[in-house]
Design a protein around this ligand. Sequence first.
Ligand code: RIB
Length: 311
Amino acid sequence: MAKKQARIVVVGSANVDLTTFTDQFPKPGETLFGKSFDLGFGGKGANQAVAATYCGADAHMVARVGDDLFGPATIKNFKRLGVGTKHVKTVKGVSSGVAPIFVEANGQNRILVVKGANDKLTPKAVNKAESLLKKADMIVMQFEIPLETIYHTVKLAKRHNIPVILNPAPAMQVELDKIQSVDYFIPNESEAEAITGKKVKTVDDAKTCAAFLMSKGLRRVILTLGEQGALLANRDGMELVPPFKVKAVDSTGAGDAFIGSFAVFLGEGYDERDAIARANLYAAISTTGIGTQKSFIKRRRFEREWKKRSS
Ligand code: RIB
């Protein structure tokens, strides 16, 4: 079980997810019936904070929500789940972040994010949370907030010697020299492709891509490869950490389940290979349920599954 409780601070996004399950996508001008619909709390930052809380961390959000119906509901959801909300504030005259999501019969998703209030999370807002950030075991960020806020937080974390996990999702053109000090850079295949311009289909492609990122000064890269596992690249070399087989129904949020749980396992003191193996299982299990946060499991259940499946 947990070696020590990890304190995780997520500087990131909160959205409301509007998920439609369908076998077929409409063509332009066409109307089709979808199979079912799910409304839930999401946003890559929020999902990662919830996964971290479920895994047993003392997790906090630094985030912005809109002054619409979704804003107060999002804050209430964080409170209900035990995520710290002292630095989650409402921005007047702006909508909350929302994400219309489409899930195909095989569990594959397509997501459109409207950033809304997430775009108002400024460097100044991060400075206001400095006393919380400097006590973190790990700061976790994604790309659904302004890039200048990410660059600023990376510098702040370096000043206080706090490890940073950066999940460049969704992909954006990032100035790699401004994020070199992050401890873990964790893209999936499509994000790695978009950032490096190198295709990532096979494990060998992933190795080439990770080597390229390392050559740009990043210290550790974990490339998540879905059903192929996760590739760890550090200064000692590269290792593919194998996946766990499950019957997936909805892969939405699996990347967030990986990041949130990985931050906790690492923060608790597991070595990075073990932390990745555990996060692989946590993420795989999340694909067996629908929705994002709704598909995340609590630590006790995770440990039972780990015991059964890791030997
Ligand atoms: O990673 C899944 C998340 O991406 C969803 O919850 C959606 O809000 C988008 O941010």
